[in-house]
Design a binder for this molecule. Structure first.
Ligand code: TK8
Length: 345
């Protein structure tokens, strides 16, 4: 009896294994005996530019590889929060993630400086600096040592502030508000300077926390506010544009190294094209969403200089922590500022 059970067990395991192997060879196109599956996790909601560009990446990789590489996307935090997905990719239990700047900065602390308050006029300005090989090269090199192969930096946009308590016109209006932040030390520094009560929390918990009043407000680009319906529970939007964030697209280094040079080329090429697509979706949709929110929420346009002044000590704090990278990114941003001074949101 005992032996029989063991035998059935072994058959069962073999069946599961066979099913998995067939699954690996699956996907939407013709089957390849040598096809591989790569799982991509992200935290964005359907309809978000990040979610749509992840689908684009899947399509591009599958086309370019003749369906010999099958990308499986698990979005909206179904395989964990941004922070948890970074842990999984570092451990090699998740292949890749288009993640967020704060959780990435847990491994590469200098990346947080991309989010220095008012460093960039707009996303186009930020892209120029983030794409500078000196900046992205440094970050990628640091990431590699922590087990992440960087495939590029997507756009999480300029961030604005929403809350349920009051209209925000001056930095003083922010004081005392309980503001949810991502797991990002830079955002915490900024909201400490504004004398708010910054409360880090996973993005997936945010809607309910806002709805129940566990926190008063939050900060995100309007694309995320819209796709996660935060405008349903936040009547006030202040177009502060207080910081920019990228979405680091990373792959587990051990997984990357197991790919052939040809597979690596396909993935990098698709990642670049998907990044450009994602950035253009961000630009187009942001404009539309601002228009929609103007008619729906109480929208204020606070004086940026007052906010810039109130958050200036953040520069000193982070310059002291990472002097070399601070100088690099600051000089770069200053150099390309003039070209982008127009066309601010
Ligand atoms: C969703 C989040 C979001 C980020 C945040 O994945 O946590 O506020 O801005 O994009 O990553």
């Amino acid at each position: 009896m005992h032996r029989h059970t063991r035998f059935v067990g072994a058959v069962g395991a073999a069946t599961v294994l066979a099913a998995l192997l067939v699954g690996c060879a699956g996907g939407s196109g013709p089957r390849h005996t040598d096809s591989i599956r790569i799982i991509l996790g992200h935290g964005a909601a359907p309809g978000n530019p990040r979610s749509d560009a992840a689908l684009k990446f899947e399509e591009l990789v599958e086309d370019k590889s003749g369906h010999s590489i099958d990308i499986q996307i698990l979005g909206q935090e179904t395989v964990g929060s941004d922070t948890e997905m970074m842990v999984s990719v570092a451990a090699g239990t998740l292949d890749m993630t288009v993640n967020s700047q704060g959780p990435f900065a847990t491994y590469v602390p200098e990346a947080a400086l991309i989010g220095l308050p008012f460093l960039f006029e707009n996303s186009a300005h930020a892209h120029e600096v983030v794409d500078d090989p000196e900046v992205s090269g440094f970050l990628a090199q640091q990431a590699e040592r922590k087990g992440f192969h960087v495939l590029g930096f997507w756009d999480n946009g300029m961030r604005d502030l929403t809350n349920s308590k009051r209209e925000i016109n001056t930095p003083e209006d922010v004081a005392g508000l309980k503001i949810r932040t991502p797991d990002d030390t830079m955002t915490i520094s900024i909201f400490n300077q504004l004398k708010a009560n910054p409360t880090p929390m996973a993005f997936g918990e945010l809607y309910l926390a806002l709805k129940t009043g566990a926190v008063d407000g939050q900060e995100n680009p309007v694309t995320n506010i819209k796709s996660s319906k935060l405008d349903e529970v936040q009547p006030n939007l202040a177009v502060t544009g207080h910081k920019y964030e990228s979405n680091p697209f990373v792959m587990s280094t051990s997984r990357w190294e197991r790919l052939s040079p040809e597979q690596q080329r396909i993935i990098q090429e698709a990642a670049n094209e998907a990044r450009d697509f994602q950035r253009s979706l961000m630009a187009d949709r942001s404009t539309q969403i601002y228009e929609e929110f103007e008619g729906k929420l109480t929208v204020t346009h606070p004086d940026k200089d007052a906010f810039r002044e109130a958050t200036a000590p953040v520069y000193e704090e982070w310059k002291a922590k990472y002097p070399e990278f601070f100088e690099l990114i600051k000089a770069d941003a200053d150099e390309s500022r003039a070209a982008h001074a127009e066309g601010n949101q």
